[in-house]
Design a protein around this ligand. Structure first.
Ligand SMILES: NC(=O)c1ccc[n+]([C@@H]2O[C@H](COP(=O)([O-])OP(=O)(O)OC[C@H]3O[C@@H](n4cnc5c(N)ncnc54)[C@H](O)[C@@H]3O)[C@@H](O)[C@H]2O)c1
Length: 278
Protein backbone atom coordinates (compact mmCIF):
# COMPACT_ATOMS: atom_id res chain seq x y z
CA UNK A 1 0.00 0.00 0.00
CA UNK A 2 1.19 3.52 -0.67
CA UNK A 3 0.83 6.34 1.84
CA UNK A 4 -2.76 7.06 0.86
CA UNK A 5 -3.85 3.41 0.77
CA UNK A 6 -4.66 3.95 -2.87
CA UNK A 7 -2.33 1.39 -4.42
CA UNK A 8 -5.18 -0.74 -5.76
CA UNK A 9 -6.97 2.19 -7.34
CA UNK A 10 -5.80 3.73 -10.56
CA UNK A 11 -7.34 6.52 -12.61
CA UNK A 12 -10.78 5.87 -11.10
CA UNK A 13 -11.91 9.35 -12.14
CA UNK A 14 -10.13 9.63 -15.47
CA UNK A 15 -12.14 11.78 -17.89
CA UNK A 16 -14.45 13.08 -15.16
CA UNK A 17 -15.05 16.77 -14.44
CA UNK A 18 -16.00 18.08 -11.04
CA UNK A 19 -16.64 20.94 -8.65
CA UNK A 20 -15.20 20.75 -5.13
CA UNK A 21 -16.61 23.08 -2.46
CA UNK A 22 -15.05 23.73 0.92
CA UNK A 23 -11.23 23.39 0.85
CA UNK A 24 -10.18 25.99 3.43
CA UNK A 25 -6.77 24.66 4.45
CA UNK A 26 -4.84 21.39 4.38
CA UNK A 27 -6.88 20.00 7.30
CA UNK A 28 -10.16 20.34 5.34
CA UNK A 29 -11.80 17.12 4.20
CA UNK A 30 -12.40 18.80 0.81
CA UNK A 31 -8.65 19.46 0.51
CA UNK A 32 -7.93 15.72 0.80
CA UNK A 33 -10.72 14.93 -1.67
CA UNK A 34 -9.16 17.36 -4.18
CA UNK A 35 -5.73 15.74 -3.76
CA UNK A 36 -7.14 12.24 -4.25
CA UNK A 37 -9.38 13.28 -7.17
CA UNK A 38 -6.34 14.76 -8.89
CA UNK A 39 -4.36 11.58 -8.24
CA UNK A 40 -7.23 9.57 -9.76
CA UNK A 41 -7.17 11.55 -13.00
CA UNK A 42 -10.12 13.93 -12.51
CA UNK A 43 -10.24 17.53 -13.68
CA UNK A 44 -12.10 19.96 -11.46
CA UNK A 45 -12.55 23.49 -10.24
CA UNK A 46 -12.23 24.50 -6.60
CA UNK A 47 -14.66 26.87 -4.95
CA UNK A 48 -15.18 28.49 -1.59
CA UNK A 49 -16.84 31.54 -0.07
CA UNK A 50 -15.04 34.74 -1.14
CA UNK A 51 -14.31 35.53 2.51
CA UNK A 52 -12.60 32.15 3.04
CA UNK A 53 -10.26 32.88 0.15
CA UNK A 54 -8.66 35.84 1.81
CA UNK A 55 -6.29 33.47 3.57
CA UNK A 56 -5.07 32.40 0.15
CA UNK A 57 -4.41 28.79 1.16
CA UNK A 58 -6.66 27.45 -1.60
CA UNK A 59 -4.26 28.76 -4.27
CA UNK A 60 -1.60 26.29 -3.10
CA UNK A 61 -4.05 23.44 -3.59
CA UNK A 62 -5.14 24.82 -6.97
CA UNK A 63 -1.55 24.89 -8.17
CA UNK A 64 -0.91 21.36 -6.95
CA UNK A 65 -4.06 20.02 -8.66
CA UNK A 66 -3.81 22.15 -11.76
CA UNK A 67 -7.27 23.50 -10.95
CA UNK A 68 -8.87 26.91 -11.27
CA UNK A 69 -10.56 28.61 -8.34
CA UNK A 70 -14.00 30.19 -8.71
CA UNK A 71 -15.28 32.07 -5.65
CA UNK A 72 -18.92 31.42 -4.71
CA UNK A 73 -20.95 32.01 -1.60
CA UNK A 74 -22.97 28.78 -1.56
CA UNK A 75 -26.02 30.65 -0.23
CA UNK A 76 -26.16 32.85 -3.35
CA UNK A 77 -28.03 31.46 -6.35
CA UNK A 78 -26.35 34.12 -8.47
CA UNK A 79 -22.86 32.97 -7.39
CA UNK A 80 -23.80 29.32 -7.92
CA UNK A 81 -25.13 30.05 -11.41
CA UNK A 82 -21.88 31.81 -12.28
CA UNK A 83 -19.93 28.90 -10.78
CA UNK A 84 -21.59 26.24 -12.96
CA UNK A 85 -21.38 28.44 -16.05
CA UNK A 86 -17.65 29.07 -15.58
CA UNK A 87 -16.83 25.53 -14.45
CA UNK A 88 -18.39 23.91 -17.53
CA UNK A 89 -16.62 26.46 -19.72
CA UNK A 90 -13.21 25.92 -18.10
CA UNK A 91 -13.52 22.13 -17.96
CA UNK A 92 -14.96 21.90 -21.47
CA UNK A 93 -18.17 20.03 -20.74
CA UNK A 94 -20.80 18.99 -18.24
CA UNK A 95 -20.01 18.13 -14.62
CA UNK A 96 -19.67 14.51 -13.39
CA UNK A 97 -19.17 15.06 -9.67
CA UNK A 98 -19.80 17.66 -6.99
CA UNK A 99 -18.51 17.66 -3.41
CA UNK A 100 -20.54 19.75 -0.92
CA UNK A 101 -18.22 20.12 2.08
CA UNK A 102 -19.70 23.18 3.77
CA UNK A 103 -20.71 23.82 7.35
CA UNK A 104 -21.02 26.87 9.56
CA UNK A 105 -23.16 27.87 12.53
CA UNK A 106 -23.05 31.40 13.99
CA UNK A 107 -24.79 29.99 17.11
CA UNK A 108 -21.88 27.56 17.63
CA UNK A 109 -19.35 30.29 16.89
CA UNK A 110 -20.94 32.71 19.36
CA UNK A 111 -21.34 30.03 22.04
CA UNK A 112 -25.16 30.26 22.17
CA UNK A 113 -26.84 27.41 24.07
CA UNK A 114 -29.22 25.28 21.97
CA UNK A 115 -32.16 26.20 24.21
CA UNK A 116 -31.48 29.88 23.66
CA UNK A 117 -30.30 30.22 20.07
CA UNK A 118 -30.56 33.35 17.99
CA UNK A 119 -33.09 32.69 15.19
CA UNK A 120 -31.38 34.89 12.64
CA UNK A 121 -28.25 32.83 13.27
CA UNK A 122 -30.31 29.63 12.94
CA UNK A 123 -31.45 30.74 9.51
CA UNK A 124 -27.83 31.33 8.51
CA UNK A 125 -26.84 27.92 9.86
CA UNK A 126 -29.55 26.23 7.80
CA UNK A 127 -28.87 28.31 4.70
CA UNK A 128 -25.09 27.78 4.67
CA UNK A 129 -24.98 24.19 5.90
CA UNK A 130 -28.06 22.62 4.25
CA UNK A 131 -30.12 24.81 1.90
CA UNK A 132 -26.92 25.56 -0.04
CA UNK A 133 -27.08 21.93 -1.24
CA UNK A 134 -30.62 22.48 -2.53
CA UNK A 135 -29.57 25.72 -4.26
CA UNK A 136 -26.55 24.01 -5.88
CA UNK A 137 -28.68 21.14 -7.14
CA UNK A 138 -31.51 23.42 -8.29
CA UNK A 139 -29.11 25.55 -10.36
CA UNK A 140 -27.58 22.42 -11.93
CA UNK A 141 -30.99 20.79 -12.49
CA UNK A 142 -32.55 23.79 -14.19
CA UNK A 143 -29.75 24.33 -16.70
CA UNK A 144 -28.84 20.63 -16.96
CA UNK A 145 -25.23 21.12 -15.88
CA UNK A 146 -24.65 17.57 -14.55
CA UNK A 147 -23.99 14.57 -16.81
CA UNK A 148 -26.06 11.37 -16.75
CA UNK A 149 -24.88 9.16 -13.87
CA UNK A 150 -23.17 12.12 -12.24
CA UNK A 151 -22.54 11.88 -8.49
CA UNK A 152 -23.06 14.47 -5.76
CA UNK A 153 -21.75 13.89 -2.23
CA UNK A 154 -22.38 16.07 0.82
CA UNK A 155 -20.68 15.56 4.17
CA UNK A 156 -22.74 15.11 7.30
CA UNK A 157 -22.54 13.97 10.92
CA UNK A 158 -24.46 11.45 13.05
CA UNK A 159 -25.88 14.28 15.19
CA UNK A 160 -28.63 14.26 12.53
CA UNK A 161 -29.89 10.99 14.10
CA UNK A 162 -28.66 11.02 17.72
CA UNK A 163 -28.21 13.81 20.24
CA UNK A 164 -24.74 15.25 20.74
CA UNK A 165 -25.54 18.26 22.95
CA UNK A 166 -22.72 20.57 21.89
CA UNK A 167 -23.38 20.11 18.17
CA UNK A 168 -26.16 22.65 18.70
CA UNK A 169 -28.21 23.79 15.68
CA UNK A 170 -25.76 22.06 13.31
CA UNK A 171 -27.68 18.88 14.20
CA UNK A 172 -30.83 20.41 12.72
CA UNK A 173 -28.89 21.57 9.67
CA UNK A 174 -27.50 18.08 9.10
CA UNK A 175 -31.00 16.54 9.37
CA UNK A 176 -32.19 18.97 6.71
CA UNK A 177 -29.12 18.28 4.56
CA UNK A 178 -29.83 14.53 4.65
CA UNK A 179 -33.49 15.11 3.84
CA UNK A 180 -32.64 17.33 0.84
CA UNK A 181 -30.27 14.57 -0.30
CA UNK A 182 -33.14 12.05 -0.38
CA UNK A 183 -35.72 14.39 -1.90
CA UNK A 184 -33.50 15.85 -4.63
CA UNK A 185 -31.93 12.43 -5.15
CA UNK A 186 -35.33 11.18 -6.22
CA UNK A 187 -35.99 13.99 -8.71
CA UNK A 188 -32.46 14.13 -10.17
CA UNK A 189 -32.41 10.34 -10.38
CA UNK A 190 -35.58 10.34 -12.48
CA UNK A 191 -34.36 13.18 -14.69
CA UNK A 192 -30.73 12.19 -15.37
CA UNK A 193 -29.74 9.19 -13.24
CA UNK A 194 -27.78 11.66 -11.13
CA UNK A 195 -27.08 10.19 -7.72
CA UNK A 196 -26.97 12.16 -4.47
CA UNK A 197 -25.67 10.83 -1.16
CA UNK A 198 -24.35 12.03 2.17
CA UNK A 199 -21.31 10.56 3.89
CA UNK A 200 -21.53 10.69 7.68
CA UNK A 201 -17.93 11.11 8.80
CA UNK A 202 -16.25 10.51 12.20
CA UNK A 203 -15.30 13.64 14.14
CA UNK A 204 -12.19 15.02 12.45
CA UNK A 205 -9.77 17.73 13.56
CA UNK A 206 -10.48 20.55 11.06
CA UNK A 207 -11.35 24.24 11.36
CA UNK A 208 -15.12 23.54 11.34
CA UNK A 209 -14.77 20.50 13.63
CA UNK A 210 -12.69 22.21 16.27
CA UNK A 211 -15.34 24.97 16.59
CA UNK A 212 -17.50 22.51 18.55
CA UNK A 213 -17.15 22.86 22.34
CA UNK A 214 -15.04 20.13 24.03
CA UNK A 215 -14.07 18.77 20.61
CA UNK A 216 -10.75 17.08 21.48
CA UNK A 217 -12.27 15.16 24.45
CA UNK A 218 -15.12 14.18 22.19
CA UNK A 219 -12.70 13.01 19.52
CA UNK A 220 -11.10 10.63 22.06
CA UNK A 221 -14.49 9.35 23.23
CA UNK A 222 -15.58 8.64 19.67
CA UNK A 223 -12.26 6.96 18.91
CA UNK A 224 -12.66 4.62 21.91
CA UNK A 225 -16.27 3.84 20.98
CA UNK A 226 -15.49 2.89 17.39
CA UNK A 227 -14.21 -0.69 16.81
CA UNK A 228 -11.94 0.59 14.01
CA UNK A 229 -11.23 3.95 15.68
CA UNK A 230 -12.16 7.32 14.17
CA UNK A 231 -11.97 7.40 10.39
CA UNK A 232 -9.19 9.78 9.24
CA UNK A 233 -9.92 12.56 6.73
CA UNK A 234 -7.80 10.92 4.04
CA UNK A 235 -9.89 7.73 4.24
CA UNK A 236 -13.05 9.82 4.07
CA UNK A 237 -11.62 11.27 0.86
CA UNK A 238 -11.05 7.75 -0.50
CA UNK A 239 -14.69 6.90 0.20
CA UNK A 240 -15.84 10.08 -1.54
CA UNK A 241 -13.72 9.13 -4.59
CA UNK A 242 -15.37 5.71 -4.71
CA UNK A 243 -18.77 7.44 -4.65
CA UNK A 244 -17.72 9.67 -7.56
CA UNK A 245 -16.52 6.65 -9.53
CA UNK A 246 -18.54 4.26 -11.68
CA UNK A 247 -17.96 1.52 -9.07
CA UNK A 248 -20.98 2.78 -7.08
CA UNK A 249 -23.42 3.69 -9.86
CA UNK A 250 -26.59 2.46 -8.21
CA UNK A 251 -26.03 4.00 -4.79
CA UNK A 252 -28.27 7.03 -4.32
CA UNK A 253 -30.41 8.86 -1.73
CA UNK A 254 -28.37 7.25 1.07
CA UNK A 255 -26.74 8.44 4.25
CA UNK A 256 -23.51 6.39 4.34
CA UNK A 257 -21.67 6.06 7.64
CA UNK A 258 -17.90 6.37 7.43
CA UNK A 259 -17.20 6.18 11.11
CA UNK A 260 -15.21 3.06 12.05
CA UNK A 261 -18.40 1.38 13.32
CA UNK A 262 -19.40 4.11 15.80
CA UNK A 263 -23.01 4.34 14.59
CA UNK A 264 -23.77 0.69 15.37
CA UNK A 265 -21.91 0.46 18.67
CA UNK A 266 -23.89 0.73 21.94
CA UNK A 267 -20.85 0.77 24.17
CA UNK A 268 -17.26 -0.45 23.86
CA UNK A 269 -15.04 -2.25 26.38
CA UNK A 270 -12.59 0.65 26.25
CA UNK A 271 -15.28 3.17 27.22
CA UNK A 272 -16.79 0.92 29.92
CA UNK A 273 -13.33 0.48 31.47
CA UNK A 274 -13.45 4.17 32.46
CA UNK A 275 -16.33 3.35 34.84
CA UNK A 276 -14.78 0.35 36.59
CA UNK A 277 -14.91 0.57 40.42
CA UNK A 278 -11.37 1.14 41.69
N1 LIG B 1 -14.66 17.88 11.06
C1 LIG B 1 -15.59 17.04 11.51
O1 LIG B 1 -15.54 16.54 12.63
C2 LIG B 1 -16.73 16.64 10.61
C3 LIG B 1 -17.44 15.45 10.87
C4 LIG B 1 -18.52 15.11 10.05
C5 LIG B 1 -18.87 15.97 9.00
N2 LIG B 1 -18.15 17.11 8.78
C6 LIG B 1 -18.58 18.00 7.69
O2 LIG B 1 -17.57 18.06 6.70
C7 LIG B 1 -17.74 19.26 5.96
C8 LIG B 1 -16.38 19.96 5.80
O3 LIG B 1 -15.94 20.44 7.03
P1 LIG B 1 -14.42 20.30 7.52
O4 LIG B 1 -14.46 19.55 8.79
O5 LIG B 1 -13.54 19.85 6.42
O6 LIG B 1 -14.08 21.80 7.96
P2 LIG B 1 -13.59 23.09 7.14
O7 LIG B 1 -13.73 24.23 8.09
O8 LIG B 1 -12.25 22.86 6.57
O9 LIG B 1 -14.65 23.23 5.95
C9 LIG B 1 -15.86 23.94 6.03
C10 LIG B 1 -15.95 24.78 4.77
O10 LIG B 1 -17.22 25.43 4.64
C11 LIG B 1 -16.94 26.63 3.91
N3 LIG B 1 -18.04 27.58 3.95
C12 LIG B 1 -18.58 28.19 5.05
N4 LIG B 1 -19.53 29.05 4.67
C13 LIG B 1 -19.61 28.98 3.31
C14 LIG B 1 -20.42 29.63 2.33
N5 LIG B 1 -21.35 30.54 2.66
N6 LIG B 1 -20.22 29.32 1.01
C15 LIG B 1 -19.29 28.41 0.65
N7 LIG B 1 -18.50 27.76 1.53
C16 LIG B 1 -18.66 28.05 2.84
C17 LIG B 1 -15.70 27.15 4.64
O11 LIG B 1 -15.05 28.20 3.96
C18 LIG B 1 -14.87 25.88 4.73
O12 LIG B 1 -14.06 25.72 3.58
C19 LIG B 1 -18.79 20.08 6.70
O13 LIG B 1 -20.07 19.85 6.11
C20 LIG B 1 -18.77 19.46 8.08
O14 LIG B 1 -19.96 19.66 8.81
C21 LIG B 1 -17.09 17.45 9.54
Amino acid sequence: MNKNNLAVMNNLLKGKRGIIFGALNDMSIAWKVAEQAHEQGAEFVLTNAPIAMRMGEINKLAEKCNAEVIPADATSVEDLTNLFEKATEILGGKIDFVLHSIGMSPNVRKGKHYTNINYNFLQQTLDVSAISLHKTLAVAYEKDYINDWGSVVALTYIAAQRVFPDYNDMADAKSLLESITRSFGYHYGVKRNVRINTISQSPTMTTAGSGVKGFSEFLSYSDQMSPLGNAPAVDCANYVISMFSDMTKYVTMQNLFHDGGFSNTGVSEKVIANFEQK
